[in-house]
Design a protein around this ligand. Structure first.
Ligand SMILES: *Cc1c(COP(=O)(O)O)cnc(C)c1O
Length: 221
C-alpha cells in the first residue's frame, strides 16, 4: 500500500463514530486525492478555486467537495456550482451572493459559518458575539441552508492552547441548535487540523480537516 493509503487508515482508526474527516487537499493533485478516496476518505476540502476546478473535473462525484478557503466575492459564481458545501461564510453579503447563484443553479447550498473564535483582528470569520444575529439574518435565504460552524483558531506552537477556542465555538454550536431557527439544520462542527484534530474531537468536533497527516508536508503553502 502507498503512504497516503497507510496514513488514511491510521487516521481513520483514531476517529470515533459520528466524526468525519475532510481531507484538506490544497496543492495536492488528482492522483493523490484519488488515493485518499480509495482508502476511505471521500470528503475533500479545497481552498483555491483554480486548482479545485481541475481536480473536480477529473474526480467529480466520487467525492463530496467542501470549500474551506477564503472566498473572494468575484469567485462565488464559479464556486457554487462546483461544491457541495461552503464552510467559510462570514458575512450577510457573501451569504446573499451564494444564495443568488445557488438559485440560478437550482440548488440549496449547505453552508457553515466561520467563527473567528480567538477574535483576532485581520482574520476571517465572524466574531463569536455576532454569530447568532448573522444566522438569523441569512436563514431567510431559501437557496442556502446553515448547517453549523467552522473555526480555525489561532496559530499556536502547542495545540492544547486551542481548547478554549474550540469550546467557545462548541458552545455557540449548542446555542444555535437550541435556537431552532427556521431553514437551518445545525449538525456540523468543523474544527481541528493535523496537529489538533484529536483535541478538537474531545471538544465536540464532528468534522476535522486534515491535510499534512494524510498527504505529507506541503512543498508550498
Ligand atoms: C490546510 C488547511 C487545513 C489542514 O491543515 P493541516 O495542518 O495540513 O492538516 C485545515 N483547514 C483549512 C481551512 C486549511 O486551509
Amino acid at each position: 500500500m502507498n503512504t497516503i493509503g497507510e496514513n488514511v487508515l491510521k487516521i481513520l482508526s483514531t476517529i470515533p463514530q459520528g466524526v468525519q474527516v475532510v481531507a484538506a487537499a490544497k496543492t495536492r493533485n488528482a492522483q493523490e486525492i484519488l488515493q485518499t478516496i480509495n482508502s476511505g476518505i471521500t470528503l475533500i476540502g479545497e481552498n483555491y478555486l483554480q486548482e479545485s476546478r481541475e481536480v473536480i473535473q477529473e474526480i467529480g462525484d466520487k467525492a463530496t467537495w467542501h470549500f474551506i478557503g477564503h472566498i473572494q466575492k468575484n469567485k462565488v459564481k464559479y464556486i457554487v456550482p462546483l461544491f457541495d458545501m461552503i464552510e467559510t461564510v462570514d458575512s450577510v453579503e457573501l451569504a446573499e451572493m451564494i444564495d443568488r447563484h445557488a438559485q440560478k443553479h437550482g440548488k440549496v447550498m449547505p453552508v457553515l459559518i466561520e467563527v473567528n473564535s480567538a477574535e483576532e483582528p485581520q482574520k476571517a470569520g465572524v466574531m463569536p458575539g455576532d454569530v447568532m444575529a448573522l444566522v438569523e439574518k441569512i436563514s431567510s435565504f431559501r437557496n442556502i441552508q446553515v448547517q453549523g460552524l467552522m473555526t480555525m483558531g489561532p496559530f499556536l506552537e502547542d495545540p492544547e492552547g486551542l481548547r478554549p477556542f474550540f469550546r467557545i465555538t462548541k458552545a455557540l454550536f449548542e446555542e444555535l441548535k437550541e435556537a431552532t431557527i427556521e431553514n437551518t439544520k445545525i449538525q456540523h462542527l468543523s474544527m481541528g487540523m493535523s496537529d489538533s484534530y484529536l483535541i478538537a474531537i474531545e471538544e465536540g468536533a464532528t468534522l476535522v480537516r486534515i491535510g499534512t497527516s494524510i498527504f505529507g508536508e506541503r512543498i508550498y503553502p
